[in-house]
Ligand binder design. Structure first.
Ligand code: 2AM
Ligand code: CA
Length: 267
């Protein structure tokens, strides 16, 4: 039997410590490289932060496995046992250009079931965490269940990429939704946007491509406040592959999929 309360205590301590190291790094020179494209950035701090977690986790919980964005963890292709899914810096472009609006994201799963989710907004010093069945918290204060929101009053997190010509979706599909809602926002960190959905600051978040480490923690947080996170087709997320992500207040989720995201247009 895993002691989730103890794992939660360690994870919260490590995420705050790692965040403090990232804040301290602002006074030193960053090493910045590109990965798959010139805009897909990675820094020495992404790599050092991931290694920091791997050292802590493997020495305290040697039987746990780790799926990390920077690839220093295990080769994880299925979710048997306990798996930590880690993004050491979500929003690396913000980290490099703005020194704010980035987060550490950690989702801990057991046999594919989300048990603990943590998102730490490092510069704001805001920690969101959730333990399955025990609710979600913002700086240790319990977040209430999400309330029903009318679509005309909804604020949607969406990147303008998805409403201009792009490789993944016909850019006209989401235009009626964007016109209908009260407003849109784009923060440049999927983890922060998912935490904002959990906290009721955004009513929806839509994106066409995220990796498991971008959404693993947010999924657990949002489900703990009664929200829904699926692909844009309304299907469950695959935790070891890239997915489109539609995270939403439950009252709006099915309404938006049925009325605004025509499935035949997605094909
Ligand atoms: P990252 O900073 O960890 O790479 C930006 O809109 C959001 O999308 C960030 O959370 C960013 O995470 C993520 N992201 C950027 N490029 C991506 C890619 N090629 N695949 C999946 N997620 C990506
Ligand atoms: Ca990252």
């Amino acid at each position: 039997m895993n002691d989730w309360s103890s794992i939660n205590t360690y994870a919260k301590k490590w995420i705050r410590e790692a965040g403090a190291l990232i804040r301290e790094s602002f006074s030193t020179e960053l090493m910045i490289q590109s990965k798959s494209t010139p805009n897909d950035l990675v820094t020495n701090m992404d790599q050092e932060t991931e290694k920091y977690f791997i050292n802590k986790i493997t020495s305290t919980f040697p039987e746990h496995r780790i799926l990390g964005e920077e690839g220093f963890g295990d080769q994880v292709t299925s979710l048997e046992g306990v798996v930590w899914i880690i993004d050491p810096i979500d929003g690396t472009m913000n980290f490099v250009h703005q020194q704010r609006n980035f987060a550490i994201s950690i989702g801990i799963f057991e046999d594919g079931i989300g048990q603990i989710g943590l998102i730490y907004d490092v510069v704001s010093d805001e920690l969101y965490h959730a333990v399955k069945g025990q609710g979600a918290y913002f700086n240790e204060k319990r977040l209430p269940e999400l309330e029903t929101v009318e679509i005309e009053k909804a604020i949607v997190g969406i990147n303008t990429t998805w409403v201009t010509e792009n490789k993944r979706i016909d850019h006209s599909i989401l235009t009626p939704l964007v016109k209908k809602v009260r407003g849109t926002r784009s923060y440049g960190s999927a983890a922060i946007e998912l935490a904002y959905v959990a906290a009721g600051r955004l009513d929806m978040y839509i994106t066409m491509r995220l990796s498991p480490w971008d959404f693993a923690a947010g999924l657990i947080l949002i489900e703990e406040v009664g929200g829904k996170v699926t692909t844009i087709e309304g299907k469950p997320l695959n935790l070891v592959e890239q997915n489109s992500v539609f995270a939403c207040n439950a009252s709006l989720h099915d309404h938006v999929i049925e009325n605004y995201i025509k499935q035949e247009d997605l094909e």
